[in-house]
Ligand binder design. Structure first.
Ligand code: 6PG
Length: 255
């Protein structure tokens, strides 16, 4: 049972505010399971790009413990929105987090999980992953169309590994790029904005008081284009914001 605090819809932006990270995780897990099972009923296949960082941990655990058996995972190929250039067993690996909290608890063929090989040369892997996506994901308007791209939100307004001021990545028309974390210098591989904006559904998962300011900046400020998160503007899909009360606490119309 999810405990939705508030639900605000506009033409292309849906905001769901839950009481806390657990309620948020149940809300998005329930919706994702329904999307997947509906797709199976219509014999559709889904290509989903998972997000990284800490926020999705609870979401992955909820999926793995509450939806493992009730969801038709066979209809999905999983990808990542970005990955740190580290080995798959590294504590920093986005793949490791999803594997431990989610994939190890569901029945899914290994061939449907397309991790970014963080242990390989970044440039080579960015090309390999782009080629893989080109092979597996349908294209529209010259870019792959993921059914869902999950995103987190950095306090600096970054999404995936698209950081403010990283002009090379921000202006890229490739499928994937190599990025560098501005503070740690850690290399990353990331989907690019044209790919993210080409998705049918862009789903933000945002939790915690430390995100309240940037969330308000992005959602209360239509021209917050100087943040990568402010450049998320789906070509034909919809944006879903799943947040907890802390992250949404400075939103003017919902405060
Ligand atoms: C990553 C993510 C990154 C993350 C945000 C939020 O690889 O770190 O893709 O974009 O989603 O930095 O991270 P938290 O969920 O840890 O706050």
């Amino acid at each position: 049972m999810t405990e939705l605090f508030a639900n605000f819809n506009s033409m292309d932006r849906i905001i769901k505010i839950s009481n806390n990270i657990m309620a948020l995780s149940h809300e998005v897990a329930a919706d994702l399971s329904a999307i997947i099972n509906n797709a199976v009923r219509r014999s559709h296949h889904l290509n989903i790009a998972l997000s990284g960082g800490n926020t999705p941990r609870t979401f992955y655990s909820v999926l793995g413990t509450h939806y493992a058996l009730s969801t038709e995972w066979k209809a999905v190929d999983f990808f990542w929105s970005d990955e740190r250039c580290v080995p798959p067993g590294d504590r920093e690996s986005n793949y490791r987090v999803a594997r431990e909290h989610f994939f190890e608890r569901i029945k899914i063929q290994a061939g449907k999980i397309h991790r970014i090989r963080g242990e390989d040369d970044p440039q080579t892997e960015a090309i390999r992953y782009s080629e893989l996506i080109k092979k597996k994901v349908p294209f529209r308007f010259g870019f792959p169309v993921f059914d869902i791209v999950f995103l987190g939100l950095g306090t600096d307004g970054h999404i995936a590994s698209i950081f403010p001021g990283d002009e090379k990545v921000l202006s890229s028309v490739r499928t994937c790029e190599v990025a560098v974390h501005p503070e740690t210098g850690q290399k990353r591989i990331t989907l690019t904005l044209p790919v993210i904006n080409n998705a049918e559904r862009i789903i933000f998962l945002v939790s915690g008081k430390d995100k309240a300011e940037i969330v308000a900046e992005i959602l209360n400020n239509p021209d917050a284009k100087h943040y990568p998160a402010g450049m998320v503007n789906p070509h034909f899909g919809k944006i879903y914001w799943y947040m907890d009360l802390d992250a949404a606490s400075l939103l003017s119309q919902y405060a």
